[in-house]
Design a protein around this ligand. Structure first.
Ligand SMILES: *Cc1c(COP(=O)(O)O)cnc(C)c1O
Length: 420
């Protein structure tokens, strides 16, 4: 569900024509729909209205502070994976008591920063990290609330790069070891508070069964912990709910909600969620300008001015993004082509062998469902300034990140001042 659509054959974001935005801002450009963002947040939040819960939007999916601010205003907390994301969340006005901190490699300075900020809890991913947390909290005379991220060894049936809950993945702690870590914490209560159990099994999950498997495992752990005298109050189920890019039948949050509530209602815990993609994925598009069409012997290519440095998902995961014409609606597919960017890599593509309408040089193309893991994964590869970002609210639009300049590209770079 999103609010990008045609009006009299011109493509609009909410009440604003995309052409109008691009005339002012140029291409490539990310455009986000405020109405879609808030709708997604509330669809998710509503699904759990019958249980005590906290939605912690996963910052890494899209970390622009205007996006974060939008979620702050709706009451969201945040799931962070670095000191930089904590900084962003605080800049956006986040309540520290609604921040959870995940990630396998938290640095000492990052743990200190989060302790001083007073976040809700650390999702600890290794026995060594728990000892580091204990030591740093002791030094700062703080108490660190934590959950162990358990690795439940369930197959989320998604792309291998975004599966995280299998034994072979680097994430979390195997269940028996996890229980030992809570017991360790019991003898270090001066600085460690066993607060919850955490689990995040992967991303772009379009079936409910992997979530059920994971919930069964975490429920067992909670029962064992209580028997051991560790009374955890929170169950963090992570994120991972998938969206429709092409024809995936991703479950609506309300369906996911029913299943999760059914599996957890007797536990007497507060649920925490870390949704990323389902909040922002379909709330953003990437608009590119068509530069050239090349008719080849074997293949046709439509060359656009956005590239894999702007949106890495197709080259990284081979993922599908639907493509629409900004200038005209429903033009019949006229050719089969690859849509490619200008970067010097054959992996620089947005679509392969796509049935697509003919585009003229100068036409605008909307690459759909680019709101999650789009700009946040972008880079300056090939010395390409990063794209501008725009948020549409009702009938107005706001630039929420300026297009980078050539000067931005060399920011912080220095030529050594020796004589040779
Ligand atoms: C990436 C990530 C999320 C968000 O995943 P989505 O699939 O975008 O919902 C949540 N929790 C953790 C720990 C993550 O690494």
């Amino acid at each position: 569900m999103h609010f990008f659509d045609y009006k009299e054959s011109k493509f609009y974001a909410d009440g604003v024509s995309i052409e109008k935005i691009i005339r002012e801002v140029g291409t490539p450009c990310y455009i986000y729909s405020h109405k879609t963002l808030t709708r997604h947040y509330h669809a998710f939040d509503e699904a759990f209205k019958d249980m005590p819960h906290l939605v912690c939007y996963s910052v890494k999916a899209n970390s622009n502070i205007a996006i974060l601010k939008t979620f702050v205003k709706e009451g969201s907390g945040f799931d962070i994976v670095s000191g930089g994301e904590l900084y962003r969340a605080l800049k956006a006005g986040a309540n520290p008591k609604k921040i959870v901190y995940s990630g396998v490699g938290k640095r000492e300075d990052e743990i200190e920063y989060a302790l001083r900020t007073g976040i809700l809890m650390f999702n600890v991913e290794s026995p060594e990290e728990l000892r580091a947390l204990n030591e740093i909290a002791g030094r700062l005379k703080k108490k660190a609330s934590f959950a162990i991220r358990v690795n439940p060894d369930v197959d989320p049936k998604t792309h291998p790069y975004i599966s995280t809950g299998l034994k072979k993945n680097k994430f979390g702690i195997e269940t028996n070891q996890a229980i030992k870590e809570y017991v360790y914490a019991k003898s270090h209560l001066k600085n460690l508070i066993p607060f919850g159990v955490d689990c995040h099994i992967g991303s772009q999950i379009t079936q409910l069964s992997p979530f059920i498997d994971a919930l069964n495992k975490t429920r067992e752990i909670i029962v064992i912990l209580r028997r051991e005298g560790v009374d955890v109050q929170y169950l963090d189920i992570g994120g991972g709910l998938g969206i429709t890019y092409k024809d995936e039948d991703a479950p609506h949050p309300s369906k996911y909600g029913k299943v999760v509530i059914n599996e957890t209602k007797t536990l007497g815990v507060t649920l925490i969620f870390e949704p990323g993609r389902v909040m922002v994925g379909n709330a953003g598009i990437l608009v590119a300008k068509v530069l050239y069409t090349k008719y080849g012997m074997e293949k046709n290519f439509i060359v656009v001015d956005a590239a894999m440095n702007d949106l890495a998902r197709p080259s990284l995961y081979g993922s599908y993004h639907s493509i629409k014409s900004v200038n005209k609606q429903n033009s019949a597919p006229a050719m089969i082509a690859d849509v490619v960017g200008p970067i010097c890599e054959s992996g620089d593509f947005f679509a392969k062998d796509r049935e697509i309408s003919a585009f003229q040089s100068g036409d605008l193309m909307a690459i759909m469902s680019a709101g999650a893991y789009g700009f946040s994964m972008s880079s300056n590869y090939n010395s390409r300034p990063r794209a501008a970002e725009v948020m549409v609210k009702g009938n107005r639009f706001y630039i929420i990140r300026d297009r980078e300049s050539y000067k931005d590209l060399i920011k912080g770079e220095k030529i050594p001042k020796d004589r040779r």
